[in-house]
Ligand binder design. Structure first.
Ligand SMILES: *Cc1c(COP(=O)(O)O)cnc(C)c1O
Length: 396
């Protein structure tokens, strides 16, 4: 037998982390890495956060799981906090981002079908989007590399160009149920939606009675310097998918909706065995205790601006490697003139610093939200050393 016990769907690198300390990871062989990848925007509070650990420990001793057949004081309390923090009136808890998007898709479809409009099932989505790896969420993405071998896709998705409002208006037809869009495309390469684009989608949805679904699985929970990115666009969605940072490392997600948008999500229409269990609710509570504070978010914005300014200054020294800096808050990307993947590997293997490559030749810089200036200094030092010692032919 040659297959590995761990199903070989990930091309894993040689770094094997076994412990986390604040903004650093320690590997099996004892090396120490500055973590500006954050488990792909998950470890919002870094590693080994005391509040998160003690809350989870206490909940584990008290009650980890009960079925959704029973009343949930823990779920009610966290749902109320999310309702208070956002546009939403109601929340469904999931165990992952893809499941949160799945719930959002179902919520949009049943919004129309519960009113007798069975023909309105199609969601318009955007090229280079990433919404997860389930059948519905790969079907929602235009990326053929995720479809290959898994056909047929779920029908009911139409792909158009991101930031193209005219195409969005033209794509609306009798089957359209709504739009599903990331305000800032993460996997797609930290591509930031224009304000006019998101505002325009909002207007189109209002005009045609369509659902505006935001996928904030990666951009949410303080990452951009506001609790959700939409707050910086002067709009509100009807439905929003969130996950990643919201558990700070605990696997949990949520689908948020207005009362109107959730009109079809009635008894028996949806469910999840684990979704919203007391253990997961404790983790969200610990994250909200930190990230839900205005002062913390203001600090993320300030740190994001300092990091962005430092990066902008830095890339001037290496015009052959870097083209620009994009993103908001601590959701940043370095647009490169060379392939980012081997450079990220070089940074990792030779300079002990972690970042993540993305589409559009971009390297994502997505540190824990709890970094301080010493981590920004350390990142710039290591990035500079990595750039100085790099020749693009080095494909590590
Ligand atoms: C990561 C991600 C998902 C999928 O989340 P999983 O927890 O991996 O299922 C969906 N949408 C966006 C924008 C993401 O970044």
């Amino acid at each position: 037998m040659s297959i590995t016990p761990l199903m070989p769907v990930y091309p894993r690198c040689g770094v094997r982390p076994v412990r986390g300390e604040h903004c650093h990871l320690i590997s099996e062989d004892g090396r120490r890495f500055l973590d500006f990848a954050s488990g792909i925007a998950v470890n919002a509070l870094g590693h080994s956060h005391e509040g998160l650990i003690s809350t989870i420990q206490k909940q584990a001793e008290t009650l980890m799981h009960v079925s959704n057949l029973y009343g949930s004081p823990q779920g009610e309390a966290i749902a109320q906090r999310l309702v208070d923090l956002t546009f939403a009136d109601t929340v469904f808890f999931t165990n992952s981002g893809a499941e949160a998007v799945e719930c959002a898709i179902k919520t949009a479809r049943v919004y129309h079908q519960s009113a007798g409009n069975d023909e309105k099932f199609e969601l318009i989505t955007f090229n280079n989007a990433f919404h997860g790896r389930t059948m519905a969420t790969i079907s929602a993405s235009s990326q053929e590399k995720m479809h290959k071998g898994f056909l047929p896709l779920l029908p009911g998705f139409k792909y158009i160009d991101f930031n193209d409002l005219e195409a969005a208006a033209a794509a609306i037809g009798p089957n359209t149920a709504g739009f599903l869009v990331e305000p800032i495309q993460g996997e797609g390469g930290i591509r930031v939606a224009d304000e006019a684009f998101l505002k325009g989608l909002r207007e189109l949805c209002d005009k045609h009675d369509l659902m505006l679904i935001l996928d904030e699985v990666q951009s949410g929970v303080g990452r951009t310097g506001t609790f959700y990115a939409y707050e910086q666009y002067g709009i509100e969605p009807d439905i929003l998918a969130t996950a990643k940072g919201i558990g700070g490392g605990f696997p949990v997600g949520a689908c948020l909706a207005t009362e109107q948008a959730a009109r079809g999500m009635t008894f028996g229409t949806h469910g999840s065995t684990y979704g919203g269990n007391p253990f997961a609710m404790a983790a969200i509570g610990a994250v909200l205790d930190v990230v839900g504070e205005d002062s913390f978010l203001a600090d993320v914005r300030a740190k994001g601006e300092r990091l962005k300014a430092r990066l902008e200054q830095f890339i001037g020294n290496y015009p052959e490697l870097f083209e620009g800096v994009r993103g908001k808050g601590l959701f940043l990307g370095l647009k490169m003139k060379v392939e980012p993947r081997p450079f990220v590997a070089h940074m990792r293997d030779n300079h002990q610093v972690l970042a993540v490559s993305a589409g559009d030749q971009v390297m994502r810089v997505i540190p824990p939200l709890v970094i301080d200036d010493s981590h920004i200094d350390e990142f710039l030092e290591k990035l500079s050393a990595a750039a100085a010692s790099y020749t693009p032919e080095d494909t590590v």
